[in-house]
Design a protein around this ligand. Structure first.
Ligand code: PLV
Length: 350
């Protein structure tokens, strides 16, 4: 298709137009991300029958864990940059726009048309230029790579880069120091899109010596490139993204995540799917019980608890019956507000 991409520009007073303004913003000693709270959930603990700890990545400055990896990558690669360009389902873009603003760099975020307007407005609020290209993230990514080459910008990938994984790994080190040496989780539950969070968590588990802690890697049906690869025993590319959890919507999982699933790390990875309805119901239950609103990409991980998936894995002997505390990564996400929640509820008839 040769249709011109839609380009949204921020209001002049918030536009970032000064890519050469020198050495500003946090240094590596001063990361962009926060040490997020680790909360114990009474209601989730009751459901699972063991203590459930929530790592509240929704409270990061850009609304998700993405800032860990993207802050680290930009700190390493973008200091002398002419500006950055990031392809995103939304949240990597939010992190990139936030970090670029702090570093006084121009940011262009390329998103697919499935990204809701509320995210585009939030990106504009961060001073980014936003381009809408194609139907799914993979289309937006091709455009971001093209722009990076043409305009000599630093390309910021949303999930497939060793510096991203290294940045995300800090999440597990924080959990280890919050829990102290006497407590080790019995499992980690997280969502998988392109597999960057998974790679970071596996590496974090290695750093703190928790390689015997299994990871439950959850996707929604229709955004299940990791599960498809695990089942096929090789990387596969999905025909389309049919799930409403658009921020999990990469058609192909990153190579490293696939290698980890094939025993290339000592960590056991259990790949599981939930339906869109289960992910959305999890978003609602989490809002009711924990008073926190997250998007469906995060609801996928929460659904592992609310839909009884953890119990089923115990029944199947894939997780132990007497489970040590369960760590759930509340990855967060900006793709949600009350209108979007209402829209999703109508669409998915929950
Ligand atoms: N979202 C990426 C990739 O989208 C993005 O561009 O924002 N939870 C949330 C809230 C997310 O936004 C994402 C990824 C994930 C989980 C999964 O992380 P990943 O991609 O590292 O597995 C297409």
């Amino acid at each position: 298709m040769s249709r011109e991409p839609l380009v949204f520009e921020a209001e002049p007073e918030v536009a970032v137009t000064c890519p050469f303004s020198g050495d500003v913003g946090p240094t590596m000693a001063e990361p962009f991300h926060l040490n997020t709270p680790l909360l114990e959930s009474a209601t989730m603990s009751r459901r699972v029958g063991t203590t459930v700890y929530l790592k509240m990545e929704n409270s990061q400055p850009s609304g998700s864990f993405k800032i860990r990896g993207i802050g680290h990558l930009c700190g390493q690669l973008a200091k002398q940059s002419r500006g950055i360009v990031c392809s995103s389902g939304g949240n990597a873009g939010m992190a990139a726009a936030y970090v670029a603003k702090k570093m006084d760099l121009a940011a262009t975020i390329v998103v697919p048309s499935s990204t809701p307007p509320l995210v585009i407005h939030r990106l504009l609020d961060q001073g980014a230029v936003v381009k809408t290209v194609g139907k799914v993230w993979d289309d937006a990514d091709a455009e971001a790579l093209r722009l990076a080459a043409k305009e000599n910008l630093t390309y910021v990938p949303p999930f497939d880069h060793p510096l991203l994984w290294q940045g995300h790994a800090s999440l597990i080190s924080e959990v280890a120091s919050s829990l102290g040496p006497a407590v080790k989780p019995g499992g980690v539950v997280l969502s998988v899109g392109g597999g960057g969070l998974l790679c970071g968590v596996v590496q974090g588990l290695k750093v703190v010596g928790w390689t015997d802690v299994p990871v439950v890697a959850v996707e929604t049906v229709g955004a299940d490139c990791f599960n498809a690869a695990v089942k096929a025993g090789r990387i596969v590319t999905l025909d389309d993204i049919t799930s409403e959890a658009k921020c999990l919507g990469a058609k192909t999982v990153c190579q490293k995540a696939f290698e980890y699933s094939q025993g290339d790390s000592e960590v056991t990875i259990i790949s599981e799917l939930v339906t869109d309805q289960q992910a959305l119901q999890a978003v609602e239950t989490f809002l009711d019980e924990e008073r926190v609103l997250v998007e469906m990409a995060c609801g996928a991980a929460l659904a592992a608890v609310y839909s009884g998936l953890i119990g089923r894995l115990q029944d199947q002997g894939r997780l132990p019956n007497s489970l040590a505390p369960l760590l759930v990564i509340v990855c967060g996400g900006s793709s949600i507000d009350m209108n979007q929640l209402k829209y999703l509820k109508e669409k998915l008839q929950t």
